[in-house]
Design a protein around this ligand. Structure first.
Ligand code: NAD
Length: 424
């Protein structure tokens, strides 16, 4: 599925504009505006890797550390062919506001490597990951900056990052630094429930909205764009809560079935066939047909700027729950508002990933392993509190959910700076 309509300003400019709008709504003080006006640090590394045909290739990687006033920098690492510094800056800023909104003691960061993970063997990906981690050196650390998976990376990527970081430290310190990354495998010290955490968080957020608005989720139709970590887990979990998945799209194409897709079978199909396209029994639909499906809930879970004005006008839903980061362009947002479609914004709806990353980090520090019911219970509490904060802030200021989410999180950051000031 191709990209959306026009977005004349960059992802970082869009994120910044959303924050500036929030600052104006609650009349943020000067220090808050100045200090949050740009990322604290931007690391760009070019590093060589030997390919399987013995040739050498130079890759470019990024780590942007946006803010750490509330705790260590935290944020995913993206592997995609079109990763840019601008995109990583935008995603890092969103992490600062997400962690503040959902109230985990982290700041915001993001990383990326400009690489198409599908074009490389497992061994090449391992060498790329290890060399990138080595280049980052002391720019990451369990008390300083803690990466996690994002698009194109997974638990295996995190295990390679952890192992590389550990081995740079010497035997005495190795086991004290498992928390340098989160989203690891269970064997490496990961948390149960982290693999599904972002999707689970989206479902908890939708359930809160349904409770709040007396909307019956049983039998509600939904469609999801992006069928990777976030999209496939949330589709499975929402179907389990009574939802009917009437459409799914990914980079390979889009499929639909008004009677409901078998999400488990679709997940197996997508894993074995490189995407949802061609799924047995489902109808193949165009991008426009996909957005216009008869459905109550749409969940973008692919990437930024997928819902432009055109797509927003096609949607027939009541609710857009943003699994992806920045999936709605400003033009798309304006159309959704005009049409009265409620948005659960990314920094609330997809915060489940960073919440369970925080749980993983805490478990690593305490050498504990929590049970899945414990992780899910704590995650649900966090998402519930975040949802209520956004709803109450929206009512207090008479604004939309996205504005409210940025207002609530920026106010928390402002409170920190008011108390602490700046050094010297
Ligand atoms: P992933 O790599 O596992 O999956 C990405 C999916 O998007 C794939 O199905 C891919 O085919 C699809 N896709 C890519 N380009 C597309 C396009 N142009 N049209 C339609 N589909 C397309 O990535 P993920 O981890 O599931 O992340 C998805 C989104 O969720 C990203 O915006 C990411 O930043 C955000 N997010 C992820 C996490 C996490 O824990 N993994 C947490 C919070 C937010």
């Amino acid at each position: 599925m191709g990209a959306t309509s026009e977005h004349p300003i960059s992802f970082y400019q869009v994120a910044n504009a959303q924050v500036q709008e929030a600052f104006d709504i609650f009349e943020a003080d000067e220090l808050t505006r100045v200090v949050l006006g740009a990322p604290k640090s931007q690391v760009v590394v070019n590093f060589p890797v030997r390919m399987r045909d013995e040739s050498y290739r130079l890759f470019t990687g990024y780590r942007v550390q946006h803010n750490n006033v509330r705790g260590p920098y935290k944020g995913g690492v993206r592997f995609a062919p079109d990763v840019t510094l601008d995109e990583v800056k935008a995603l890092a800023a969103l992490m600062t506001y997400k962690c503040s909104l959902i109230d985990v003691p982290f700041g915001g960061a993001k990383g990326g490597v400009t690489v198409d993970p599908k074009a490389h063997s497992r061994h090449e990906l391992e060498r790329i990951t290890r060399r990138f981690t080595h280049e980052l050196g002391s720019n990451i650390g369990p008390d300083y900056d803690i990466p996690a998976p994002d698009m194109g990376t997974d638990a295996q990527t995190m295990v390679w990052m952890m192992d590389t970081y550990m081995n740079g430290l010497g035997a005495n310190h190795k086991n004290a630094v498992r928390g340098v990354v989160t989203g690891k495998s269970l064997l490496a010290g990961g948390s149960v429930g982290r693999d599904k955490a972002t999707g689970q968080g989206v479902v908890f957020a939708i359930e809160e909205w349904a409770d709040d608005t007396n909307f019956d989720l049983a039998g509600a139709r939904f469609h999801v764009q992006g069928f990777g970590n976030v999209g496939s887990h949330l589709a499975r979990l929402l179907a389990r809560s009574g939802g009917i998945c009437v459409g799914a799209a990914d980079a390979s194409g889009a499929v639909a079935d008004p009677n409901g897709l078998d999400v488990d079978a679709l997940t197996r199909w997508a894993a074995g066939n490189g995407g949802v396209r061609g799924f047995d029994g489902a109808e193949s639909v165009t991008r426009d047909e996909f957005f216009g499906l008869e459905s109550e809930i749409f969940i973008p879970a692919a990437k930024e700027f997928q819902v432009g004005a055109h797509e927003a006008a096609l949607l027939k839903v009541k609710l857009v729950a943003e699994g992806a980061n920045g999936p709605t362009s400003p033009e798309g947002d304006a159309v959704l508002r005009e049409r009265g479609i409620v948005v659960l914004p990314d920094i609330l709806a997809n915060a489940g990933g960073v919440v369970v990353s925080y749980f993983e980090w805490v478990q690593n520090r305490r050498s504990e392993s929590w049970s899945l019911p414990e992780v899910d219970r704590r995650l649900k509490e966090k998402i519930r509190a975040g949802y209520r904060l956004v709803r109450n802030t929206a009512q207090e200021f008479g604004v939309h959910n996205r504005q409210a989410a940025f207002v609530a999180s920026a106010r928390r950051l402002e409170a920190c700076y008011r108390e602490r000031g700046i050094f010297p």
